[in-house]
Design a protein around this ligand. Structure first.
Ligand code: AN7
Length: 337
């Protein structure tokens, strides 16, 4: 399958002959969720963005941001990140032959994401501060040096990520009433809404934030955001107004979900639907279960990142292994008992 820029070039800011840095991202599955549908009393589908090359939706934006950086002659790409942007930047920078640098909140990014960023050869800087502080610092740094800033303040990120809306509209023939999506820095909900508007489909946009990191819900910056969903541990989203506009203009809303609700949805998706996403992604389903979607009949929940990103949370939430002696009776009891 071709990458996003190749598939949607007529709707993206890239001309024929422009350099393209791609890992054949996008074209992710949209799978029905029968158990969840029965609980909600509506037709629910899951957009599995964890099926992207680095395991999150960030690759859609990154193919565009890094391709544009190469076109502009940049040598270095940088971002602040709660983890997934860092992993994606690191991979695409490696592929492009750019130097990658990522600033992450020390001790607050999931193990898999850290492994990815390091393996792809990015310079990983652990900031003794949170994501919001990291973003303010990289913005200032990129103002003073010729480096490509590829956080979702970069328009190319939004352009790439809007293609997920195109795929959903294609898969459902435009028949969609509501989209449920986790909100952190608020780039992705902004991108989906742009994509939907471009193809003339207008689902209600329901954004969900973790209760301890819910600036949009409270209408004010959160100084010390906290949540088990480390990807969305963000207190001052860069795309604040655009996200609010997407929800208001579409007739949707923003609401909070507790860590307990996020983890319950996380376990439910894995155990009942066979879909392993990371905790932040489960906020979309937690929000749907807790708040509903205004009586919508056909709903898509965006599962933004793969469960393997965060093995520590998974092992803390899952059952334990069964120790067993290498002998038939013991194996029988262990398997069938
Ligand atoms: C799995 O990687 O902000 O509202 O630095 O990794 O567009 O920020 C990640 C965000 C949802 C929220 N789900 O999306 C980063 C970062 C997952 C994420 C979000 C993120 P935005």
């Amino acid at each position: 399958m071709a990458g996003l820029i190749e598939r949607y070039r007529d709707r993206l800011p890239f001309a024929a002959g422009d350099p393209v840095v791609s890992l054949e991202e996008g074209s992710t599955p949209l799978v029905p969720a029968p158990r969840l549908s029965a609980r909600i009393g509506a037709e629910v589908h899951l957009k599995l963005e964890g099926a992207n090359p680095t395991g999150s939706f960030k690759d859609r934006g990154m193919t565009c941001a890094i391709s544009a950086a190469v076109r502009e002659g940049a040598q270095v790409a940088i971002c602040a990140s709660t983890g997934n942007t860092a992993a994606s930047l690191a991979a695409y920078a490696a592929r492009a032959g750019l130097r990658g640098a990522v600033i992450v909140p020390e001790g607050k990014i999931a193990t898999g994401k850290l492994a990815q960023a390091l393996m792809h050869g990015a310079r990983v800087i652990a900031l003794r501060g949170n994501f919001d502080e990291a973003l303010a610092l990289v913005r200032a740094l990129a103002d003073q040096h010729p480096i490509a800033l590829v956080n979702s303040v970069n328009e190319f990120r939004i352009e790439g990520q809007k293609t997920a809306a195109f795929e959903i509209v294609e898969a459902l023939d435009g028949e969609l009433d509501a989209l449920c999506i986790p909100v952190g820095n608020a780039g992705n909900i902004t991108a989906y809404w742009r994509g939907f508007r471009e193809v003339g489909v207008f689902p209600r946009m329901y954004g969900f934030q973790a209760a301890g990191a819910a600036p949009l819900v409270h209408g004010r910056r959160i100084e010390h955001p906290e949540t088990v969903a480390s990807a969305i541990r963000i207190g001052n989203p860069a795309r604040w107004e655009q996200a609010m506009d997407a929800m208001t203009a579409s007739g949707g809303t923003v609401a909070a979900v507790t860590d307990a609700q996020i983890l319950a949805a996380y376990r439910l998706l894995a155990a009942e639907e066979g879909v392993f996403c990371e905790p932040a992604s489960a906020a979309s389903v937690a929000g749907l279960l807790a708040h509903g979607a205004g009586g919508a009949e056909r709903i898509v929940c965006v599962l933004t990142g793969h469960g393997l990103k965060d093995p520590d949370t998974a092992l803390a939430e899952a059952g334990s292994v069964i120790p067993c002696e290498p002998e038939m009776g013991a194996v029988e009891r262990a398997v069938l008992g």
